[in-house]
Design a protein around this ligand. Structure first.
Ligand code: C2E
Ligand code: MG
Ligand code: MG
Ligand code: MG
Length: 291
């Protein structure tokens, strides 16, 4: 039994497993069991309006509460879930959880838009729009209370097919966002054609912008690019008050990061949001921003 546990533990760490191998089959059955035994957790990280300081939404991030290994972060099983196609089950679970949370939050007086991450496999699924429609039908949740985050690479895998799925989802009223913007390879020609509403600047740029002028310039140009295309822009990796002040000054619409809060179990979110007090960014002077 101990040997098996150890083996499971090490399996999860390998992002690239041979699909069809014994190890891979055993991790896949563990993931199936995780859903049946209710081991997946939906965590939420707040998204803040940087000009007003209000909580405007949250990103749903999955965790696996493993009976032996504790709380497993997504990067230890998402790549595998993508390889095996299990991601479609996980995405459906996250989408429904986010929609239900949005309804619950509204009943508590909070209007929040919930963002959910999708992968290439989801975009290649032509049934996805119909599945989301059926999931939303019995709930009191408008389609525009959900935002789907997609990376550039997921789109560029098969741009034409992704475009057709995204157009369908957008026509249903769902919001669409390009995640980790600036790190993948994407083409501005596609960006122009995609029916997206939001760009999320990757945290690597935001976290470095206070000490690296090039990163600061990339952040500034991305905000301009987004606004010139009529898109709203979110900075992820907001870790300091100074970063908040700088982003607000550059006109960035929303921010998300450890300065505001780490992702938390969904059960804690409403109380957290009700207690949230925005900081006074006017305390950070223009001089200190230039330093
Ligand atoms: P992502 O979608 O870019 O999510 C943002 C990640 O950055 C989260 O990591 C979040 O905890 C982290 N983060 C946010 N603010 C800060 C900050 O200020 N500093 C630092 N150092 N990190 C920050 P997490 O939850 O570990 O998720 C990692 C990635 O796993 C996500 O990146 C996403 O690509 C993937 N992922 C998570 N949940 C799901 C899911 O349900 N479905 C899919 N397809 N992918 C998911
Ligand atoms: Mg994301
Ligand atoms: Mg991201
Ligand atoms: Mg990222």
């Amino acid at each position: 039994y101990a040997a098996k546990t150890r083996q499971c533990g090490s399996l999860i760490y390998h992002a690239q497993l041979d699909v069809g191998s014994q190890e891979s089959l055993s991790l896949l059955s563990e993931l199936r069991r995780a859903v049946e035994n209710d081991e997946l957790r939906l965590f939420l990280q707040p998204k803040i309006d940087l000009q007003q300081g209000r909580v405007v939404g949250a990103e749903a991030l999955v965790r696996w509460q493993h009976p032996q290994r504790g709380l497993v972060p997504p990067m230890q099983f998402i790549p595998f879930a993508e390889q095996t196609g299990f991601i479609r089950i996980l995405s459906a679970w996250m989408l429904e959880g986010a929609a239900r949370f949005s309804q619950q939050a509204r009943e508590a007086g909070l209007a929040l838009r919930l963002s959910v991450n999708l992968s290439t496999r989801d975009l290649m699924d032509q049934e996805l729009p119909a599945k989301i429609e059926a999931m939303l039908a019995p709930l009191q949740v408008a389609a525009d209370s959900l935002c789907l985050e997609i990376t550039e690479s997921a789109i560029m895998d098969d741009p034409e097919r992704a475009l057709s799925t995204l157009e369908h989802l957008h026509a249903m009223g769902l919001k669409l966002s390009i995640d980790d913007f600036g790190t993948g390879y994407s083409s501005l020609a596609y960006l122009k054609r995609l029916p997206v509403d939001e760009l999320k600047i990757d945290k690597s740029f935001v976290m470095a912008m206070e000490r690296d002028l090039d990163d600061a310039r990339i952040v500034r140009s991305t905000i301009e690019l987004a606004h010139n295309l009529g898109l709203s822009v979110v900075a992820e990796g907001l870790e300091t008050l100074k970063a908040w002040a700088l982003l607000a000054k550059l006109g960035c619409d929303e921010g998300q990061g450890y300065f505001v809060s780490k992702p938390m179990p969904q059960e804690q979110f409403v109380a957290w949001a009700q207690a949230w007090q925005p900081p006074d960014i006017s305390a950070v002077t223009a001089e200190s921003l230039m330093a």
